[in-house]
Design a protein around this ligand. Structure first.
Ligand SMILES: NC(=O)c1ccc[n+]([C@@H]2O[C@H](COP(=O)([O-])OP(=O)(O)OC[C@H]3O[C@@H](n4cnc5c(N)ncnc54)[C@H](OP(=O)(O)O)[C@@H]3O)[C@@H](O)[C@H]2O)c1
Length: 216
């Protein structure tokens, strides 16, 4: 599977890139937004391209040519304003979906946020504009022709992953290490149980592979 990773220089993205580089069945193209980042990845043997989610759909499609699967784990981050939330988390994400459809990529895996689909759950949240952006990006993905999986992780942690997660809505924990999100994303790529599903994701007690197989 030819996988195009958007957000390769991010914290989750770096874990995903490493797992895909080690994989025998996936071929990675890592999208980054600077030449320096691309050179760094190329030095470690990763095929990298420079593109920007604020650019055009055509430019994104050009970067994606030959791709079967797109993973989106980019984000404007907490240090930018609502303009970037709109331009990256919403419009950038939607443009990448349009580009994916344009190049005939069928599969699209989105790193979203916990319960982005449920307005009631974030109606009083201090990060409501971000949640709105994730909500509508996810809705556009669900309405697209792409074979999607949307992961809704809780608070992302930098501690080492355990490889154990929970995917039911009755969670004991409200957070998950970024490394485990990356494992779930990579394991989902050809796990049919995750196709066309939106999946809450937290730290838990069962292996990523088993958890994904249990998705209804
Ligand atoms: N923080 C949380 O607790 C939390 C919870 C749930 C979900 N999420 C979501 O999880 C995902 C991964 O989070 P993370 O912590 O790995 O994020 P991160 O470390 O901030 O990485 C985000 C990446 O997006 C890239 N990016 C930003 N603007 C871009 C643009 N215009 N074009 C292309 N790339 C762009 C950044 O590029 P540079 O490296 O060049 O800056 C960065 O590499 C994000 O979608 C985030 O919204 C986060």
């Amino acid at each position: 599977m030819k996988v195009f990773l958007i957000g390769s220089n991010g914290q989750v993205g770096k874990h995903i890139a490493k797992l895909l580089q080690e994989s025998d069945i996936h071929e990675l193209t890592a999208m980054v937004r600077s030449k320096e980042q691309a050179e760094q990845l190329q030095q470690s043997g990763i095929n990298a391209v420079v593109a920007n989610l604020e650019g055009s759909v055509d430019d994104l499609a050009e970067a994606m040519k030959g791709t079967d699967t797109v993973i989106f784990t980019a984000g404007s981050g907490g240090k930018t304003g609502p303009d970037k939330t709109l331009l990256v988390d919403l419009d950038g994400a939607v443009k990448s979906m349009e580009a994916a459809e344009k190049v005939g990529a069928n599969r699209y895996v989105m790193v979203s946020a916990f319960k982005a689909y449920d307005r009631e759950s974030w109606k009083d949240s201090p990060i409501k504009p971000y949640m709105v952006a994730k909500h509508y990006a996810d809705r556009m993905l669900v309405e697209s022709n792409l074979n999607y999986t949307i992961f809704g992780p809780g608070l992302l942690l930098n501690e080492p992953g355990t490889g154990k997660v929970a995917v039911e809505e009755k969670f004991d924990k409200t957070s998950i290490p970024r490394e485990d999100v990356a494992r779930a994303v990579v394991a989902s790529l050809d796990e049919e149980k995750t196709y066309k599903k939106t999946i809450g994701l937290m730290s838990g007690e069962i292996s990523v592979e088993e958890a994904l197989k249990s998705v209804n």
